[in-house]
Design a protein around this ligand. Structure first.
Ligand code: NAD
Length: 394
């Protein structure tokens, strides 16, 4: 019997090699003046930047360009909103990794509203209900990925011991279009491919076993996991492999679609404080934790909730990623954990100690790990278990 479910708003999706050339034409549907949001360097160096500017001119469109350095903060978003408030912007086009996409999404949400983003961030400030209106937003990812092109939240962070990493979230922030062209991934270096690929993998695993999962997200998550199986290591080893790039662009897109519907789990619960207190890229946090976090969930469920349906789901993930049937769930779980460990090593994901975490910092991280993602983990973990998870990756 199928359980009831809701699928919230999704962007229109253009996927495939070469679809980037449609970007200016799609922008034109939403007005004449576009605010282009990109990262600082990588996209500007590519042929695609010039192609976009030429295409916008051909469409007789005006454009402003703002640049986001690193993962965006609330201050950066507020500054851009202030700078462009009186420029009659019709739409926001973000081209870049999750950082540029999240910044663009938040800016599109605020340009007409003219309030600080701090008013809306979850878990900090007054948490006002967002009423819009948001400007049309078009998202073009250049990493694979965060899936931000398909989600309704923008992650913003303040770095430091008292920092935070929180979301501005609303259905009205979902992109009008996600334009996903695997060709844009060609310039990604191996460390970016590894971190982003593990982010997409983690998002697919966590949304598949999430307490918020449903029949549609399950089907999409398994399809995304097959694409990670076929794409991640081949893309890491040879980024001139077009099929691997397409698989990872697709996996990342599906991971975003799924997570926006289901919520995530303990890895993302920990990624928020770890990414806020230490300058660790988001994908690296996910990649370093996903194997041990899966092991902990399976151990805790076997011990306290042996009837938890997510135990079967972890076995299904094993069958999908290992391309193999197992007689017993326990064999499947073992094979899955071994595979995740192997990928963590092959992709050279550093340990937390190498990333700046010391034993003294662990309790502070545990104390801030109970944000929205932890709430949909398939089993409630104790503080001692979360502490042990961090220790196992020191
Ligand atoms: P990023 O956007 O910070 O980019 C990482 C690095 O890769 C940067 O140096 C960037 O310049 C470079 N880069 C990007 N595209 C490139 C390309 N094609 N070629 C060469 N270099 C390229 O990293 P990210 O992992 O894509 O995004 C991380 C951010 O996304 C974090 O803030 C994270 O919290 C957020 N995130 C958001 C969601 C969401 O649903 N909104 C989901 C997951 C993560």
């Amino acid at each position: 019997m199928l359980n009831n479910f809701t699928i919230a708003r999704l962007p229109r999706i253009e996927f495939g090699q070469g679809v980037f050339s449609r970007t200016a034409g799609i922008c034109k549907q939403y007005g004449r003046t576009v605010l282009l949001v990109t990262g600082a360097r990588s996209f500007k160096k590519t042929v695609y930047f010039k192609q976009l500017i030429d295409d916008l001119s051909t469409q007789d469109m005006a454009w402003h360009h703002c640049v986001i350095e690193g993962e965006p903060s609330p201050q950066v978003v507020d500054d851009v909103v202030l700078e462009y408030a009186d420029k009659a912007i019709d739409l926001v086009l973000a081209v870049g990794g999750g950082s540029a996409l999240d910044a663009g999404k938040a800016i599109a949400g605020l340009l007409r509203v003219q309030r600080t983003v701090m008013d809306y961030l979850e878990g900090v400030g007054p948490e006002l209900a967002y009423q819009g209106p948001a400007l049309p937003f078009i998202a073009v990812p250049t990493t694979a990925g965060t899936g931000s092109e398909a989600t309704k939240n923008a992650v913003l962070s303040v770095q430091g011991a008292n920092g935070f990493k929180k979301s501005f979230r609303d259905d009205r922030l979902v992109a009008e279009y996600a334009i996903v062209d695997p060709n844009l991934l060609i310039s990604c270096p191996p460390d970016v491919i590894a971190a982003n690929g593990m982010d997409a993998l983690t998002q697919l695993i966590e949304s598949y076993v999430s307490t918020g999962a449903n029949a549609i997200t399950d089907a999409l998550a398994l399809s995304g996991l097959r694409a990670v199986r076929d794409g991640l290591l081949p893309m890491y080893q040879h980024n001139d492999n077009a099929e691997a790039r397409a698989n990872m662009a697709y996996a990342s897109l599906l991971s975003g679609i799924c997570l926006a519907q289901t919520g995530l789990g303990s890895v993302h619960g920990l990624a928020a404080p770890l990414g806020a207190f230490y300058p660790i890229p988001h994908g690296v946090v996910c990649g370093t934790l996903v194997a041990e976090a899966s092991a902990l969930n399976i151990r805790a469920m076997n011990k306290r909730e042996p009837g938890n349906p997510s135990l079967d789901k972890y076995a299904r993930i094993a069958e999908t990623l290992c391309r193999k049937r197992f007689k017993k769930a326990s064999q499947a779980h073992e094979a899955l954990l071994a595979l995740l460990q192997e990928w963590t090593e092959q992709l050279r994901l550093p340990r937390l100690e190498q990333l700046g975490l010391s034993d003294d910092g662990i309790d502070h991280v545990v104390a801030h790990s109970r944000g929205s993602s932890m709430k949909t983990n398939p089993i409630v973990l104790t503080d001692a278990e979360i502490r042990q998870l961090l220790l196992s990756r020191m």
